[in-house]
Design a protein around this ligand. Sequence first.
Ligand code: ZN
Length: 465
Amino acid sequence: MPELPEVETVKNTLHELVHGKTISDVKIIREKNVENNPEEFKNALIGATITHFERVGKFIIFHFDKDIVLISHLRMEGKYFLKSKNDKIGKHDLVVFYFSDDTCLMYNDTRRFGMLKVASIFNYKNEPPLSNVGPDPFMMSDASRLEKAFKNKSIAIKTALLDQSIMSGLGNIYVDEVLFATAIHPETPAKLIKRQQLEWILKESKRILGEACNAGGTTIKSYHPKEGVSGNFQYALKVYGKKDKPCPRCGHLMRKIFVNGRGTTFCPKCQKNIDLPYVVGVTGPIGSGKSEACKYLESLGFLYLSADKIVHDLYKDKKVQDGIRKIIPELKIKNDDIDREFLKNYLLDNPNKKRRLEKYVHSKVEEVFAKTIKSTPKSKSIVLEVPLLFESRIDDYCDDTLFIDISDKKQIENLIDRKEDIKKALKLNQNFNYQENKKKATYVIKNDKNIAHLNKELSAIFSYK
Ligand SMILES: [Zn+2]
């Protein structure tokens, strides 16, 4: 769908191509795309000479030497072609404007959502559809209009910025770019965005849309009369369509979510949702003392969520068992629960199945985490214990991450204390990327002494979070 910069470019190109031309006839092939009575539409336009063009939001306005305007919206796929009068009318040409010279302008629309309307020059901005279009960023000197409109709105900032009646011009692509540039999470409630941030949003909207308009203007110079004036040239986008690519600012992998049904790409690290509670994710090798660390944080008032505990509960869920059986048909159920000894031994022998199972289970755990984080009051802090915190990308939900480190010697001692089969435990844990995870974590605590020492270190970091 063309956005403001593309529409601006189409407008400028139309001006270059057809201004000064006089309409001698109009052929409406598909009446549904014309909002006026077809005869009135034709009669108003025949004999009119195009003087200039105007853009209002994503509408293109044709001006004439008469008291009328032609309002055009391209919607999904609308395009204009300047052709010779003798050219054949194509399957997707919906309206043809013939000029007094040998040319004609064809409105072509494969999706057929576009609209055309003739209106009076004296009133066109005060009646639909233009009366519902708010000013675009270039028309706004400050963000007072946004502040007033968003003051009591709990809807996501992305949704609020897409509302063209408040501010026009930001579509799905550029709104993601603006929110990335201003480091705002797209789901942040609009009312929580402070005036200073709104000013920043306005400034970045002008910069990004302006640069994109210039980029479009450059590309269109290669315009060829046989091609449509369509505006399918893209500004160097930083986030849109970059799901799972590294963030250009911090290198973290970008994520795609849906905000009010609209696909949205953002960086979970640079764009934190300030409406959610503080979350710390705890990871570390097996037997390093993650649970002890989490229990201590729980005693400080944190809500403690353990991935292992959630998995334990999920394994009793019939639907999850069916899901796992799709990966492991041999799965054994004992007393309505998955036979863990069987599963453990099976995964040791089938590393590929282990990876697939982990992917499936992580997505289920992630759902539980996401739901719990959203429903927890902002005043409460949360600690997530996740052995594969970074591998599962659950660190995306964390404000900070904590790596509990341990020496090999102490790790073996702990596993013996827990009566674990050391060989099996270490083998099951071999996917854990020790060096890389340690580097990624916000905090690292070495847990080689006793629990009092661990708690003291934790207290120094987290007692005021
Ligand atoms: Zn980032």
